[in-house]
Design a protein around this ligand. Sequence first.
Ligand SMILES: Cc1cc2nc3c(=O)[nH]c(=O)nc-3n(C[C@H](O)[C@H](O)[C@H](O)COP(=O)(O)OP(=O)(O)OC[C@H]3O[C@@H](n4cnc5c(N)ncnc54)[C@H](O)[C@@H]3O)c2cc1C
Ligand SMILES: NC(=O)c1ccc[n+]([C@@H]2O[C@H](COP(=O)([O-])OP(=O)(O)OC[C@H]3O[C@@H](n4cnc5c(N)ncnc54)[C@H](OP(=O)(O)O)[C@@H]3O)[C@@H](O)[C@H]2O)c1
Length: 248
Amino acid sequence: MSDWVDAKVYEIKNWTDILFSLRVEAPICSFVAGQFAKIALNFNGKRIQRAYSYVNAPNDKILEFYLTMVSGGKLSPYLRSLQPGKKLLITKKASGFFVLSSIPQCETLWMISTGTAIGPYLSILQYGKGLERFQNIILVHAVRYFADLSFTNLINSLQKKYNGKLQVKTIVSREKIFGSLHGRIPDLISNGELEKSIGLNINCKNSHVMLCGNPAMVYETKNLLKDTRGMELNLKEKCGHITSENYW
Ligand SMILES: Cc1cc2nc3c(=O)[nH]c(=O)nc-3n(C[C@H](O)[C@H](O)[C@H](O)COP(=O)(O)OP(=O)(O)OC[C@H]3O[C@@H](n4cnc5c(N)ncnc54)[C@H](O)[C@@H]3O)c2cc1C
Ligand SMILES: NC(=O)c1ccc[n+]([C@@H]2O[C@H](COP(=O)([O-])OP(=O)(O)OC[C@H]3O[C@@H](n4cnc5c(N)ncnc54)[C@H](OP(=O)(O)O)[C@@H]3O)[C@@H](O)[C@H]2O)c1
């Protein structure tokens, strides 16, 4: 059973009509970058709870979550309409194993995401600790439209901070944008465009691939990497090359 604590909304930052950051203050226990909390609201005495990944680094005072407002969703539309000062519930302890300590030693760490699933990578990158052991870090963010590429200022500042070690590749699937790849993650791995744009290969000798977000993307990319690159799932009982988290 989770322990819940009160959280207070600090800010709702709308990135688009659908995408927003929920920023809150709450007396949580410390978490590990890459983990998620459960957030809940009470509706007529019934608690509706959902999982959301931390975007902020564990040492930040304001807690940030990056959300899509799912049309007709039971919780996300209500979270978006909260005003500063409003109360909500959050789990005191974070959950999840999508964290750097689960990743075996390798040269190149691929952090691949769709939509709001860029969140856990931003937490890991903002915190920074534990990334020293990788020579290259590749952050891939796939969205439908250019306008869905939130956090560009933060990402630019992270690229400066990592001084060449962090490469970022955006993918926009529903319009052609200069500087972004066009299409879907599995297709862009299959046809070699993603790796060509970065100048590094994904292989089981020196790479580890983290996949987060749309379950269909995670499923298709895992299968592709298993079938064509000989990569294996990274499990608690057996180290591999692919670590994943599904958002639904
Ligand atoms: C480990 C974990 C971490 C998560 N972290 C985040 C996060 O950081 N940000 C975030 O926005 N969501 C995140 N989610 C999804 C989130 O928990 C909710 O499922 C989402 O907010 C929808 O809740 P809802 O009550 O509004 O919709 P519901 O009434 O529960 O409707 C759910 C339906 O909406 C669709 N759906 C659910 N989530 C999404 C999504 N993100 N994008 C598109 N369609 C979706 C699915 O078809 C699902 O069946 C995470 C989920 C998991 C399991
Ligand atoms: N983003 C928007 O502007 C927008 C607008 C209206 C509603 N919404 C709602 O917001 C929610 C989340 O949308 P989202 O755009 O953040 O997430 P999403 O649907 O997961 O799309 C994010 C990226 O993942 C890609 N993708 C989808 N299925 C894939 C698969 N099987 N393999 C590989 N890649 C795949 C999408 O490509 P494709 O474009 O090819 O699908 C897109 O590039 C949804 O409920 C959606 O209905 C979003």
